[in-house]
Design a protein around this ligand. Structure first.
Ligand code: GAL
Length: 663
């Protein structure tokens, strides 16, 4: 949406293709075969040094770059670029023994041991100093190395810690936010249950307690934990730049909907812009699928990442070629999925497709994790698909720098996601992410590509904005401006309820009642297995409200309760706002009623169609047939995957893909 890409990973020719490469796990002779196979597969970038702290800094004050020099030189000689990690995600045993206070403490007060990975407290001064030193040393040595394409700071930031250092840092963060204890007491509503603080040392992280903790405290703790990790990322990034590097800096976030420990929109302010690149990892998680096919789950991750990048370049940094062994067993990707999921990501704006990992490990926890070169070696279906994908990505090089202009957005605010999970909710089932995924899937099936966008951003470019569950909202100003300016806003139930501190707005639905012209009198959660019928045939589940139109049209009511409404519409300014006072079991008939039109009218269901375009208008239609029948692709031009002309009467067989350069 916002700005167009200008300078897109200039250090990598074409789209990025490759994966995490851990040559330290292999004898030297395997490295040469690796580079030969990478070239055969069209790999042009490898992520190295992710877990090598023990190798380059084997003891206090000891530094040994011989192996990393050799790896970087090998890649440079092979024409492969390096996404050079700072290796700070996993301190080695010597470090943990020398600085036991850096080991993380859980909410129960147990200090965890080392022996796995990411065993650090983000707020421990010794760890903070060590990561800056590491980043500085690496930048000094490799800033001008010919292999260097970009920096990969840390790895999948997520660790939190409840130790005394963290408690002190939390207090500093709260002081900064609220000024004094009166401000904090008011924000957290500490008159409830006699929780009032009279001195700062009384303020603690939400450690395990006898009863449910204060929701304001829990929410601020999540914000603080996200900020503490962001501080670490920024400290490393600053050190890299201070020591002479001008290459892009990234870190692999997990913007996929199955992990929401960080406020990625806040992170986005520091991971987009000059010399920064948004990168994301996507692992399909069968137990979190909620019946949504993998193709649409992949699209969700991509749409969330594109939303976060807001027009800046972004990249799928990790995914799996097949099963991810650390999840519940018994799942494998179907043949062709690794290509289809990667193309779906590229269709949706990613500047390439990367994997964890290049070569399957022989040992360690992830010894059964899939790879581009599986244990079976190069003579395998997976490697053949890896080569196919590499060849296609090369053919798609000209797509780099083009963007997707989505007509619709789904609103996502991490603060709201967290707040909706705080203790003491009227229904434990009003969870935000599953609902966002459900709406996203319904819109995908309807042929509407959506950005996942923050409610505070400029939304004026969108035809439709969907807010499936926006529980926390300070005020309606931005959404009102969007509607009055001509947008169509669709709001799901239990939205606008609390302010930024999870305090219930007076008069429901709080922040949104005036805008929607609706008054909510009561929440009426619906027990699992039960439903609420609407008088127009639609059905609600999980949640219902006793709601009245104040200045809105009632489109449907609950059967037997005609005096209250279930679906409302209000025309306002040049736009309109819809409100659902229940979770509809089927969203499609409702979207029909709202009049949500597909991006490509008349296209078959299960045909994923997304358009990327350059600023000068050159456009590409990506088409992936996820259905069981042949599907006609409504585009004219040349299919870059085959080099042949494409006309709208041509169709793709089930499972096939095309990328049509229009014209
Ligand atoms: C990611 C992580 C990688 C690897 C991968 C396995 O979350 O960044 O290091 O562990 O998972 O799926």
């Amino acid at each position: 949406m916002a700005q167009r890409n200008t300078d897109i990973i200039p250090t990598i020719p074409g789209l990025a293709y490759g994966g995490d490469y851990n040559p330290e796990q292999w004898p030297r002779e395997v490295w040469d075969e690796d580079v030969r196979l990478m070239r055969e597969a069209g790999v042009n970038v490898a992520t190295v040094n992710v877990f090598s702290w023990a190798g380059i800094n084997p003891g206090p004050g000891e530094w040994d770059f011989e192996r990393l020099d050799a790896i970087m030189d090998l890649l440079a000689a092979g024409g492969i670029k390096a996404d050079l990690a700072t290796s700070t995600a996993s301190p080695p045993p010597w470090f943990s023994q020398a600085h036991p206070e850096t080991l993380p403490v859980n909410a129960e007060g147990v200090r965890l041991n080392y022996g796995a990975r990411a065993e650090y407290c983000p707020n421990a001064p010794a760890y903070q100093a060590a990561v800056v030193e590491m980043a500085a040393k690496l930048a000094e040595r490799y800033a001008n190395h010919p292999a260097l394409a970009m920096w990969h700071v840390g790895n999948e930031y997520y660790r939190s810690c409840y130790c005394d250092d963290s408690a002190a840092a939390f207090r500093d963060w709260l002081r900064e936010r609220y000024g004094d204890l009166d401000g904090l007491n008011s924000a957290w509503g500490t008159t409830f249950w006699s929780q009032t603080f009279t001195d700062w040392p009384q303020v603690m992280p939400p450690r395990a307690s006898a009863e449910t903790p204060n929701p304001g405290q829990v929410l601020d703790w999540q914000r603080f934990c996200s900020d503490a990790l962001l501080k670490l990322f920024r400290a490393e990034a600053d050190a890299i730049e201070r020591h002479g590097s001008d290459k892009p800096i990234t870190t692999n976030l997990m913007v996929t909907g199955n992990f929401n420990g960080l406020d990625y929109h806040r992170w986005g302010e520091h991971t987009t812009g000059p010399n920064r690149l948004i990168a994301t990892d996507h692992y399909l998680i069968p137990e979190q699928a909620d019946g949504i096919p993998w193709s649409i789950q992949a699209a969700f991750g991509a749409d969330a990442s594109r939303g976060l990048a807001a027009g800046s370049p972004w990249l799928l940094m990790e995914q799996s070629t097949n099963s991810s062994a650390w999840r519940r067993g018994g799942f494998a990707k179907r043949p062709g999925d690794l290509v289809r999921h990667s193309l779906s990501y590229v269709a949706r704006g990613s500047e390439g497709a990367m994997f964890f990992q290049w070569r399957a490990s022989r040992y360690g926890t992830e010894r059964y994790h899939a790879a581009m070169v599986p244990h079976a070696g190069a003579d395998s279906r997976v490697f053949r698909e890896v080569k196919q994908l590499g060849a296609w990505l090369k053919d798609l090089a000209e797509v780099k720098g083009s963007t997707v202009d989505a007509r619709a957005a789904i609103l996502l605010d991490f603060n709201s996601v967290w707040a909706a999970k705080t203790p003491g909710q009227p229904s434990a089932d009003m969870d935000t992410y599953p609902e966002l995924r459900r709406w996203h899937a319904a819109l995908w099936r309807r042929g509407v590509t959506t950005d996942l966008a923050n409610p505070a951003w400029d939304l004026s470019g969108y035809e439709y904005v969907f807010a499936p569950h926006l529980y926390l909202l300070e005020d309606d100003a931005n959404l009102r401006a969007y509607v009055e300016g001509g947008g169509t806003l669709v709001v799901g139930p239990y939205s606008g309820i609390v302010d930024g501190n999870d305090r219930v707005h007076p008069g429901l639905p709080g922040a949104l009642g005036d805008l929607m012209g609706v008054r909510v009198e009561e929440f009426r959660p619906i027990w699992e297995g039960e439903t609420a019928d609407l008088d127009n045939g639609w059905v609600g589940e999980t949640w219902s409200e006793v709601a009245h139109a104040v200045d809105a049209e009632t489109i449907a009511s609950f059967k037997g309760y005609p005096e209250t409404g279930a679906v409302f519409r209000r025309k306002l300014g040049r736009g309109e706002v819809w409100y659902l006072a229940t979770r509809l079991t089927e969203l499609d008939p409702f979207f029909d009623r709202v009049g949500v039109a597909p991006d490509f009218p008349g296209a078959p269901a299960d045909l994923e169609l997304v358009r990327r375009s350059h600023e000068d208008g050159r456009g590409y239609v990506f088409a992936i047939n996820h259905g069981k029948d042949p599907a006609k692709v409504p585009a004219t031009g040349r299919n870059l995957l085959t080099g042949k002309a494409w006309a709208p009467m041509l169709s793709l067989k089930p499972g096939e893909c095309a990328v049509i350069r229009e014209g």
